[in-house]
Ligand binder design. Sequence first.
Ligand code: C2E
Ligand code: CA
Ligand code: CA
Length: 685
Amino acid sequence: MFELPAVGDIHIVEGVYSVPLVLLSFVIAFWASYTALFINRRIQKNGFFHKNIWLAMASLAMGLGIWSMHFIGMSAFKLPIHMEYYIGLTMLSMIPSVMASYVAFYFANSKNKKLLPYSIAGIFMGLGIALMHYLGMAAMKIDAYYVYKPKVFIASILIAIAASFAALYIFSAVKIVTDKLIMKVVAALLMAIAVTSMHYTGMKAIQFYVVGESALNRINNSELHSMDITWMSIFITVGVSSLFILAYLTNKLDKYVEHRIQNFDGLTQLPNQKQFTNDQKNIKTAHLVAIIHIHNLEKYIASYGYYFGDEIIRKVHELLGKLLPETTMVYRTEANRFAIVGTTLDQSDQVQNLLEGVCAVLMRPLVIDERNLTVEMVCAVSKSTEKKLIQEHFSNAIAVLQAPDTEYKHEVIEYNPEKHTFNFESQLSLDVTNAMENNDLFVVYQPKVDPTRNEVVGLEALIRWKHPIYGLVSPGVFIPVLEETNKISDVTDWIIEKVCEQIAEWDQQNIPFQQVSINIPGVYVTSPRLTKTLNESLLKYHVQTNQLELEITETSVIHDIKNAILAVKNFRSKGISVALDDFGTGLSSLSYLKEIPISTIKIDKSFVDDVPGSPKDAAILKSIVTLCYSLDLNVVIEGVETEQQMDFIQMMDKQPIVQGYFYSKPLTTPQFLEWMNEQAMIESK
Ligand code: C2E
Ligand code: CA
Ligand code: CA
């Protein structure tokens, strides 16, 4: 295979290339790489279609591209000898290129951004391309012999590996850097260079020869031949293009499905809260907004199960469909609420009458699985002869529902500004779902520093709300509102997910932060839903349990001590640390210390405020720290602001972790990165 035979009468045959076909082979390689990259983008998005579908399509496009490039490259090559190919082996040679692409994309999309998986992926892809190439060469039927020059042969494989490695790096760099067209084009160009340079180096390695005078004469008198790949080229072009079209259509379909899932209710197929908000922005004004509120849905679900809840909603929806004119806009804004918008004056009058009808029908019990269920409901209406903002009508209708004397007596109650007042707190609670979606709510991070090593040992995630009307609202104000209106669990789930997403991003960027703590509100600590959310988010973002800490307060512990202990044990057993927040502000704090398996104590700011000025406070602070250390707990002192406080802390035998304005205020992500850079600069000076 690597050596010319030792007979005398050997004549080397040189080939020539058709430049346009060489260019075409490059264009095909580029087109396939671009298609693969385009599809690859979808792997990283959490769309409706499973990632594996995109992965398979991307590998098929890339594999087909490498394979096509090879055969077009071969047809560009001319020899004075007749050439054909064995169809079986030709088809077989496609397998390594598709498989290698699969492995390579699999690794390029993995969260692990270490060098090793890239090297493995590069080796796989390079070997795959090379194997494809040399299988393709073996599929050649030719009236001549050939050998490979060993050095160039090896070089071609090394080039394939190195170029694949580089291209894969760029593939995943594109993922991080930008979605821009130019980046995708650059990455696709590089991938195309990787594929073609391997091919043409491989071709440089081959030496064709014939033996004997007669064969030489035949060659000398022959014109140049090239492989006829007309059919194959058609197949290839159609193949890659259909993949691209398929990817494009699937992409559109994926977006559409996503839009449906996000903006429509699965049960009734009615537009949901999100769509309602969009429509508020687009349609803006209306004459009427009504809310149908079902009061006892939760109760029926709790007693009989989700099926009954679904059936109730289905029946009410059916009734609305029957009674309301088809043009009325109906939304399912919450599990137990429908919203109705009337944009014309006629419609608005008509709708109000029809809603009376809906209420009358619902006075009779619904029969579901031979059970008679009475739906307690009320319909709140806000209407005006002049058009008004939908949002205003909606707030009015909510005010009706929130009025203390509103009962669920199957009636239509019209908004009365004197009676139905709607306050700031209600508005906040109403706006919070939107705020999560629009990122009006966002998370900031405050570093916790180990003063002995000047090192960030953790961050506390703190929530902020930039409200479109009220501006920046303090968590001290809105957290209690959310707790009162039962929205706090949703928000906590949202924070957990955001934090895990952020941790994954920092991991990728190699930002050293060790751990992020999340504040868990009182009653939520013992909820099974919290465990579920944590499990899901950790899994989704590949976050390690030791990268999270939960901050709970003494109040949440007092609330249900037995279950709190169980919950904390459970978190700890998973490797999640748990800190007791605001230590010292609750009652009888010390008694919990030995019962709950917490890992960290956060000493409340009030204990450092007057230190070192007040000798009493200084003594108390010192003894709390000593006590905590004797119980083998980590200690964080919160709210350290001044140099004097720091000096005092640094004089302690064993220095606690410090969190406070002295080091940094809570920071947005970009601010945090900037702060880390500044710290690094100071340290390296
Ligand atoms: P916390 O958990 O005790 O958080 C520490 C608070 O102290 C934060 O206020 C932080 O900005 C502030 N702080 C830190 N260092 C200093 C300092 O040196 N001086 C002063 N004056 N203040 C300092 P923030 O962010 O306004 O939060 C207030 C409270 O709201 C938090 O107290 C926590 O109970 C609650 N909260 C904040 N974010 C969340 C959250 O994401 N979830 C839940 N459930 N509660 C949160
Ligand atoms: Ca806290
Ligand atoms: Ca605290």
